[in-house]
Ligand binder design. Structure first.
Ligand SMILES: [Zn+2]
Length: 133
């Protein structure tokens, strides 16, 4: 059984940072409303394990869409088109078809990759904050 604990945590943090602006608000992929970065969730458009770590398949979503609108799948679809274009669904389908088997080694490597990307974003955010002062 694969252990996704570390990679899930790092991926969620990474996506929330990637999808947020300099005021620390994410734009919800489904409704477009701003949500505080610390409390927004991440959501997968396609729940296939093969697409679990596809960058465009994973986006920040507000609590309202997750909880009260049952993940607002319809809004998520429109948000995907707006953000990535109509061809995103073909891209995901192809990615799922050619995706390599996920192993624990892959998962562990991805956890480290997300941590590296996150560190770069945190560093950039720190520099931007310091430049504003
Ligand atoms: Zn929303």
């Amino acid at each position: 059984m694969l252990d996704f604990t570390e990679v899930d945590k790092n991926q969620a943090r990474y996506v929330r940072y990637r999808d947020s602006d300099n005021k620390k608000y994410c734009e919800c992929i489904s409704c477009g409303r701003p949500a505080k970065r610390e409390i927004c969730r991440i959501s997968w458009y396609n729940n296939s394990t093969k697409l679990r770590f596809h960058e465009k398949n994973t986006n920040a979503q507000c609590i309202s869409c997750v909880k009260t609108m049952n993940k607002n799948y319809r809004g998520h679809r429109f948000g995907m088109i707006e953000r990535y274009g109509e061809k995103i669904f073909d891209e995901l389908e192809l990615a799922a078809r050619i995706a390599p088997l996920i192993t624990q080694e892959t998962v562990d490597d991805l956890a480290l990759d997300y941590m590296d990307k996150l560190e770069i974003m945190l560093e950039n955010e720190k520099e931007m904050t310091e430049n504003v002062k």
